[in-house]
Write a protein that binds this ligand. Structure first.
Ligand SMILES: Nc1ncnc2c1ncn2[C@@H]1O[C@H](COP(=O)(O)OP(=O)(O)OP(=O)(O)O)[C@@H](O)[C@H]1O
Ligand SMILES: CCCCCCCCCCCCC/C=C/[C@@H](O)[C@H](CO)NC(=O)CCCCC
Ligand SMILES: [Ca+2]
Length: 541
């Protein structure tokens, strides 16, 4: 065994029946070994495996059973000693798996030395969570949340020595209310097992609690909000799981559990939604009026159908081809680097998100953070089939590129997509482009803007606000002003806010740059030279 001062441990260990040189570089923290198997036809042998310390899940001493002991080189040892390293292995389509490798040692002392060195390396990974609070929605998606957690996630958390407090929710808002009661500060993260709605609930609980503890009034749309340093983890078990897909690249509980274990951190923009100085909701994925609002309103009555409710209501809403009149006003994002028509997407370590954050910090240092108040507003009146504001791409299994493929997770802006009244055929062409490689914004009836703030007011509300004079009528402001007695609900849509409906059709929206953090790292770019290839964790260089 060689142990030079640089902190490198090199030993000849056993991998099955064959010997193999294994190296542990303490700085920068890499475990390396070379596959010893003989060459097979059509396959090269001796591939080097490199596992960064940040992707080692656990190390443990291994009992060599009788069968293994009687075979190969183990036979030559009086009492074999071995240790197993559990680590992240990348598979296709951004999937992560927990893989393991067992190394045999000639004596107990060498085995203990390796185990100790690896454990010390694991202890030095400071961003890893040790204690988590887990909320499971047993009724989300296909109602598999509890099973998914118990079978796929809990064993991994146990392996990684993470302790958990688990709450199985009994009703909607259980998790949100609970977050105002428990001592959240003793946890390194909050995990939600469910869909986008469950994430939204946990996020509202966490943001609300942090603001309460910081003495910040969420109803004031101008107040800067306190950032949440406690990360949120998502174990996908919902119907759309768009936030998981757009931040990890796949909807897969095991992959998400591994991102939590290794302590990933992905900041996320959050939009705050107000009306008349009243806080309504926060949104991280889609805030949609018209088409997506109507799908949601219809699908809520069909929750019993599970995820298929969206296909049913989607088809019905498409056929209804309803458009809505109103006024959209917005402030174009000036402090951001990218544009919604970029070809480049937001990926792990995104340059655009980093640069935008730096710009924002520079502005803060020069006391210019409130400069946006004076920035010009652009006003668009029209008839819209859909108004979609997205803080991220909104990629999901139904739409692998999402509603705005170049939107960024953490650039402090949202992409505002206006789909004006057009024929059914053209609207279908637009929807089909959600699912293929063609440019969704390359239509004369679609406009897209990168914004920091926007407002919307439906025509009915505008008319009512100017028409209705007495207070009694104003309470029924959303009813038909031409026929005050008939109570027919005018064609107002509702807002779909991350899969939940909003009570008001008039909204004022402001993007809060990187308000929350997730246990994720954005979608990895395998072509990136710092990424590893899918078959052997080898560095692509
Ligand atoms: N025990 C419970 N009973 C009923 N509703 C619950 C319970 N726990 C949570 N909820 C609510 O269920 C809603 C939907 O849950 P969730 O997001 O997990 O599934 P989904 O709607 O099928 O998926 P998606 O949001 O991805 O479309 C959430 O808004 C949450 O508030
Ligand atoms: C003929 C081909 C037409 C195909 C059209 C497919 C379009 C799919 C786009 C999906 C966009 C999802 C955006 C994410 C929204 C989530 O915040 C929200 C909560 O989970 N989900 C929905 O509102 C559920 C929305 C579901 C819509 C179907
Ligand atoms: Ca954004």
């Amino acid at each position: 065994m060689e142990q030079p001062p640089g902190g490198r441990l090199v030993s000849s260990l056993l991998l099955g029946p064959r010997g193999c040189e294994v190296t542990l570089e303490r700085e920068p923290g890499l475990l390396r070994w070379r596959d010893p198997q003989p060459p097979r036809r059509g396959r090269s042998s001796g591939g080097e495996n490199v596992v960064p310390a940040s992707e080692i899940i656990a190390v443990e001493e291994t009992e060599i059973d009788k069968k293994q002991c009687d075979s190969g080189k183990w036979q030559k040892m009086s009492k074999p000693h071995a240790f197993t390293v559990h680590y992240v292995k990348r598979a296709r389509n951004h999937r992560w798996r927990c893989s393991e490798i067992t190394f045999g040692c000639i004596d107990e002392q060498l085995c203990n030395q390796w185990i100790q060195a690896l454990k010390e390396l694991l202890d030095s990974q400071k961003s890893r969570p040790k204690q988590l609070l887990v909320y499971i929605n047993p009724y989300g998606g296909k109602r598999q949340g509890k099973r998914i957690y118990e079978q796929k996630v809990a064993p991994l958390f146990h392996l990684a020595s993470i302790s958990t407090d688990v709450v199985i929710t009994e009703h909607a808002n259980h998790a949100k209310d609970n977050l105002f009661e428990v001592n959240i500060y003793k946890y390194d993260g909050i995990v939600c097992v469910g869909g986008d709605g469950m994430f939204s609930e946990v996020m509202h609980g966490l943001i609300g609690r942090i603001q309460k503890d910081s003495g910040i009034d969420q109803n004031n749309p101008k107040t800067p909000l306190a950032q949440c340093s406690i990360r949120i983890g998502i174990i996908p078990a919902g119907s759309t799981d768009c936030i998981c897909y757009a931040t990890v690249g796949i909807v897969d509980p095991e992959t998400s559990a591994l991102h939590i274990i290794v302590g990933d951190c992905q900041p996320l923009d959050v939009s705050s939604i107000h009306h008349n100085n009243t806080f309504l909701k926060y949104s991280v994925s889609l805030l949609g009026y018209g088409f997506y609002g109507d799908i949601l309103r219809d699908s809520e009555k069909k929750r019993w159908m599970g995820p298929a409710r969206y296909d049913f209501s989607g088809f019905k809403t498409f056929l209804s081809h309803q458009y809505y009149e109103g006024t959209v006003s917005f402030q174009p994002a000036k402090g951001t680097v990218g544009s919604p028509r970029d070809k480049e997407s937001c990926r792990t370590g995104c340059r655009i998100c980093r640069q935008t954050k730096q710009l924002e910090e520079q502005q803060k240092n020069y006391g210019l953070e409130h400069k946006e108040v004076e920035d010009e507003w652009k006003v668009i009146k029209g008839k819209f089939l859909a108004i979609n504001a997205v803080n991220m791409s909104c990629a999901c299994p139904r739409s692998p590129k999402g509603l705005s493929p170049a939107a960024h997770l953490a650039d402090g802006s949202a992409d505002l997509i206006l789909v004006r009244k057009c024929s059914r055929f053209n609207f279908l062409r637009y929807l089909v482009r959600h699912t293929n490689q063609d440019d969704q914004f390359d239509f004369p009836f679609v406009d897209v803007y990168r914004v920091k703030r926007f407002q919307f007011m439906s025509k009915q509300l505008e008319d009512n606000e100017s028409d209705i004079k007495d207070v009694g009528k104003k309470r029924f402001g959303q009813f038909c002003s031409d026929h005050p007695a008939c109570c027919c609900n005018l064609a107002n849509s509702t807002w779909n806010c991350d899969g939940e409906t909003l009570d008001s059709s008039a909204v004022e929206v402001k993007v809060r740059c990187q308000l929350v953090k997730l246990f994720a790292r954005g979608i990895e770019n395998y072509k990136d030279e710092t990424a590893y290839n899918s078959s052997s964790n080898e560095l692509l260089s």
